[in-house]
Structure formats: structure tokens, C-alpha cells
Design a binder for this molecule. Structure first.
Ligand code: SAM
Length: 346
């Protein structure tokens, strides 16, 4: 695994320029510094800058401009990967809002998943004390090196977040800081990433992520509602989720086929339910929703390979009807059912 730590020499932090369209110098595309972004943050002592004509500083405001992005990506011979969920934000109003709601502020360290070309990373780095951002696509490393050159509080990890030990990150990178997650998630791993974050039991102050609108509805679905799935059981178990705002498909390049939502998970300080075996409880929840058209008893017995009679008795002994569907259960009923089943299988 290659780990890139972006830290570049400090230069003229009092650079008074303002970001506009990029200019060409000696055949190079130069992103201009912004008075409101680079200069302000430099005054807070979090940025390192190299003059643009030394090939160092690129600026974020330009990164919300479609033609600037196209030029940048062309320069780096980059083509979007659909498989990696590469839809980059280009609406300049969205990133500052996500960063603010996502706790990019003093005293906070932020974990970002999927840096892309660094448009949200830039916004996070302006206000948070530290940003650690995962990006799986090695082709984006030289781009990020350019677009984040002015920040010394950013670390880019060129790795698959799903394979990374987040405990280690907490211990080594965020000493003395509150930690929050803030990301425009690659859609193909929305649920696994959220599950990894929740199941880690790490004390994130908040988890703020952009996901597809449909996924947001599922993730936020309250227990007992039709939209529920196994992931909603886990989300409700570990956190209180809410949708913050919607983002239209036109805010991305390339535009995805669906609109998105920014949502936030406030982790429960104390989990009010106590299944006797939490691992088994989540196995039962996953099994219950594996075949959505089946009822609870049929789904669970086929997913766990357990005799239908035993599953049916476990349901009956907590007052559940034999035909109940998994999405009709409350959290208390799910816990009671999994406890009964666990006992019956001893
Ligand atoms: N943050 C950028 C933005 O808002 O424009 C990019 C967001 S884009 C939706 C998701 C990014 O996640 C892509 O750059 C993609 O390469 C990266 N990615 C995909 N799978 C990943 C994984 N398993 N671990 C880390 N990054 C991943």
C-alpha cells in the first residue's frame, strides 16, 4: 500500500490574489489563489503555499468550474471510472455546506472517503485541524498533489478504505482531536462503508455523507416502515440518522443517473438494546431481508439454514404472527426474536 502524505514547503502566505478562471503560463494551466480561501486559511497557519508559477499552488474555487476540471483532468490524462463511483462535485455551493455541517472546524480531525480531485478535501482542510482522506485510485495522486499543495494539514491515503484499519488511524493521526467523517461517498460501497464506520464503534462525533437519494431513504427508514432493509436495522441500532439536504444530479461531473442527499448519523452514546449475541443479531437481521418477498420465518430459516419449525417457534414466543414480514418489526421485537432463536439453537 502506498501512502502519500502531502506536505510541501511554505511560501508566501500573504499572497493577496483572488481565484478566478485559470490562466496559462509557459503552456501550464495555473489555478489562481483566492483571497477568501487560501489567504484566510493561511492566516490561520494551516496552509503552505508555493507560488503558482513554481508549479505548486492550485486553488479550489477553480475546481468547482467544469472547464477547469476538464483541463486539469486532461492535463493528467485522467478518465472517469464508473466502477469506482467517480462523480465529482462541481456545484460551488455544495462543498462549503457539507464541510460546515460535517464539523470541519477547529479542534476537529476529519476522515474523508474518496478524495477525487480534492474539491471537498480543500473545503475541509480550510477549517478543520486535520484531514485524512482515502482515495483508492492511484491515478488521482498527482492531481491531488497539485490541488492540495497548499495545505499541510491534509494526508491522502492511497488505499481502499474497506481494507484500512480505522482504529490505527484514530490512534496515530487524531491525537487530541474530535473526529468526524465527511464524504461524498462512492455509491457502489455506500452500505458497506457506513456499516464499517458504525460497527467500528469508534467515537465519531458525526458521520456526514452524500449518498444516492434512494439509498438515503433506505438508510433513514425508521423501524417498522416499508423502505426498511438490513442496513436500516444497523443504522437505527447504532445511530440517529437524518437527511440534511438534497443535491441534484447536475451538481456532478459526470452527472449520475439519480439525485443525491447529504445525510448525517449521530452516533448513540448508549445503545438502548442489549441482544445476548450482537453478532448473531446482525446475522438474523441480514438474513431477514435477504429475500424481500418472503416473510420473516421463511427468510431467516433459509438464510441461516435453520429448521423452519425452530424459527417459527422463536417468532411465536415473542408474540410474532407466523406471516409477519421483517419490515414490520420494531427494534425490540428484532432483538427478542434473535435472542429466542439463539437460545433455541444452543
Ligand atoms: N470527494 C470528491 C468529490 O466530492 O468530488 C470525489 C467523490 S467520488 C463520488 C468518490 C471517490 O471515491 C472517487 O474518487 C473514487 O475513486 C473513490 N473511491 C472509490 N472506491 C473507494 C474505496 N474503496 N476507497 C477509497 N476511495 C474510493
Amino acid at each position: 500500500m502506498v501512502i502519500y502524505s502531502l506536505s510541501l514547503p511554505l511560501a508566501d502566505a500573504s499572497h493577496p490574489c483572488r481565484c478566478e478562471a485559470p490562466v496559462r503560463r509557459a503552456g501550464k494551466l495555473i489555478f489562481r489563489l483566492s483571497g477568501c480561501g487560501a489567504y484566510r486559511s493561511a492566516a490561520r497557519g494551516r496552509q503552505r503555499q508555493r507560488p503558482a508559477d513554481q508549479g505548486g499552488v492550485q486553488q479550489v474555487e477553480g475546481l468547482s468550474n467544469i472547464s477547469v476540471i476538464r483541463e486539469l483532468l486532461k492535463k493528467h490524462d485522467f478518465s472517469f471510472s464508473k466502477q469506482l463511483g467517480q462523480n465529482f462535485l462541481v456545484d460551488p455551493s455544495v462543498c462549503p455546506k457539507i464541510a460546515e455541517l460535517g464539523k470541519a472546524e477547529k479542534g476537529f480531525g476529519i476522515i474523508e472517503i474518496g478524495a477525487g480531485i480534492g474539491v471537498l478535501t480543500n473545503e475541509l482542510a480550510k477549517s478543520a485541524d486535520k484531514v485524512v482522506s482515502f482515495e483508492i485510485d492511484g491515478r488521482l495522486m498527482p492531481v491531488l498533489y497539485e490541488t492540495l499543495a497548499e495545505y499541510q494539514n491534509v494526508r491522502i491515503i492511497n488505499a481502499d478504505v474497506m481494507k484500512y484499519d480505522l482504529n490505527e488511524l484514530f490512534l496515530n493521526d487524531f491525537k487530541g482531536l474530535d473526529v468526524a467523517v465527511c464524504a461524498n461517498l462512492p455509491y457502489y460501497i455506500t452500505s458497506p462503508v457506513i456499516m464499517k464506520l458504525l460497527e467500528s464503534r469508534l467515537p465519531f462525533r458525526t458521520i456526514t455523507v452524500m449518498v444516492q437519494k434512494e439509498a438515503a431513504r433506505r438508510l433513514c427508514a425508521p423501524m417498522g416502515s416499508r423502505e426498511m432493509g438490513a442496513v436500516s436495522v444497523a443504522v437505527n441500532y447504532f445511530s440517529v440518522p437524518k437527511i440534511l439536504f438534497e443535491v441534484s444530479r447536475g451538481s456532478f461531473v459526470p452527472p449520475p443517473h439519480v439525485d443525491s442527499c447529504v445525510m448525517q448519523f449521530a452516533l448513540r452514546e448508549e445503545i438502548p438494546w442489549r441482544p445476548t449475541d450482537e453478532k448473531f443479531f446482525f446475522r438474523v437481521a441480514r438474513g431477514a431481508f435477504e429475500q424481500r418477498r418472503k416473510n420473516l420465518v421463511n427468510s431467516v430459516s433459509s438464510a441461516l439454514g435453520t429448521d423452519k419449525k425452530i424459527v417459527s417457534e422463536a417468532a411465536a414466543s415473542c408474540g410474532l404472527s407466523p406471516n409477519v414480514r421483517p419490515e414490520q418489526l420494531s427494534m425490540e421485537q428484532f432483538v427478542a426474536f434473535s435472542d429466542n432463536l439463539k437460545n433455541a439453537l444452543k
